[in-house]
Design a protein around this ligand. Structure first.
Ligand code: NAD
Length: 330
């Protein structure tokens, strides 16, 4: 059987690349940078499959130019970078990588939370600059984590993994989600449901775990930040545009909240003006799923999804399964 032609927009971990090379005719982005829209269009010219990243915006124009495209496999659980409606209209399968990055992302959420509360990055810089002249009673006082209230916005896979870790810190965990858990699930995770505003008002740490949708765009803005405690911290490992970053800069600058920990930004790789000058925010370059094991699992999952779709099977992680029909994809 003739190998299907696929475009891979960035080199992935070796195991994933091996799988792809074994089963497909692969065109790989030769550069260590994101491909431009024109490069993607040109690369997709004769391709049936696309393996892309969350930084690739895959719009209707690209899909229209790619006449043979059957499957778009995203190397991420979030798929806000893909116009899924346009893909569905064009009978193109779209897949993502849920589950395999849940625990790694939850770990990093905690790393950000702890770093923001205990001023780890500031203190590290202080040591490196040789400014430590001896123990001081007022040196780098931060916020406590143990025994405090954690508020989760979004209680899906990652939100619940973050909640499980809170038990070790003896925290009260509040959550808001458009879909409330069952009583048994709430008990199992040790969480209490509260309305959105209540979570913001009562929590010492607010952590965001919703997908980016039109309903979650700027979910946290000036109004929401003004509801949070003066001593509270905002942690965002979901998607940048869930937070109005300009309003966050203002809230951090005016100490309307105590601090923040961010892995994602509204206009990546840019940051809102002034954000990088603030000391009460910990800034990471979108690395929540960046462990060797997890990125390898994401890569093999994305490769398997792509290959399954190309050989006429319904991929395990298809976000628009209504497109699927064996005749269309064989
Ligand atoms: P999930 O689908 O399991 O959970 C999302 C939860 O959000 C669901 O329970 C859903 O009901 C809830 N939700 C959706 N819209 C809502 C709204 N308007 N209000 C309240 N709740 C709402 O997804 P997940 O696997 O937990 O991942 C969550 C998101 O985290 C992903 O979509 C992705 O964007 C982001 N993420 C980021 C990184 C990173 O590298 N920083 C890594 C993994 C995931």
């Amino acid at each position: 059987m003739l190998k299907k032609k696929v475009l891979v927009t960035r080199k992935l971990p070796d195991e994933a690349m091996r799988l792809l090379y074994e089963t497909c005719e692969v065109e790989l982005n030769p550069y260590d940078r994101a491909m431009t829209e024109d490069e993607i269009i040109e690369g997709l010219n004769d391709k049936q499959g696309l393996l892309c990243l969350l930084t690739d915006t895959i719009n209707a124009q690209i899909m229209d130019a790619a006449k043979n495209l059957k499957v778009i496999s995203n190397y991420a659980v979030g798929f806000d970078n893909i116009d899924v409606k346009a893909a569905t209209e064009r009978r193109i399968l779209v897949t993502n990588t849920p589950g395999v990055l849940t625990e790694t992302t939850a770990d990093l959420t905690w790393a950000l939370l702890m770093a923001a509360a205990r001023r780890i990055v500031e203190a590290d810089g202080f040591m490196r600059r040789g400014e430590y002249k001896g123990w001081g009673p007022m040196l780098f006082l931060g916020g406590d984590v143990f025994g405090k209230t954690l508020g989760l916005i979004g209680m899906g896979r990652i939100g619940s993994a973050v909640a499980r870790r809170a038990a070790g810190f003896n925290m009260r965990v509040l959550y808001y989600d458009m879909n409330r858990l069952s009583e048994d699930e709430e008990k199992a995770f040790g969480v209490e449901y509260a309305e959105f505003d209540e979570v913001l008002k009562e929590s010492d740490f607010v952590s965001l775990h919703v997908p980016l949708l039109s309903s979650t765009w700027h979910l946290i803005g000036e109004r929401e930040l003004s509801l949070m405690k003066l001593t509270s911290y905002l942690i965002n490992t979901s998607r940048g545009p869930v937070v109005d970053e300009k309003a966050l800069v203002e809230a951090l600058r005016s100490c309307r909240i105590a601090g923040a920990g961010l892995d994602v930004y509204e206009n990546e790789p840019e940051m809102a003006p002034g954000l990088h000058e603030l000391e009460n925010v910990v800034l990471l370059p979108h690395i929540a799923s960046a462990s060797v094991d997890t990125r390898t699992k994401m890569g093999t999952m994305a490769a398997h999804n792509l290959i399954a779709g190309l050989v006429g099977e319904l991929p395990k992680n298809c976000v628009n399964p209504e497109v699927f029909s064996k005749a269309e994809h064989s």
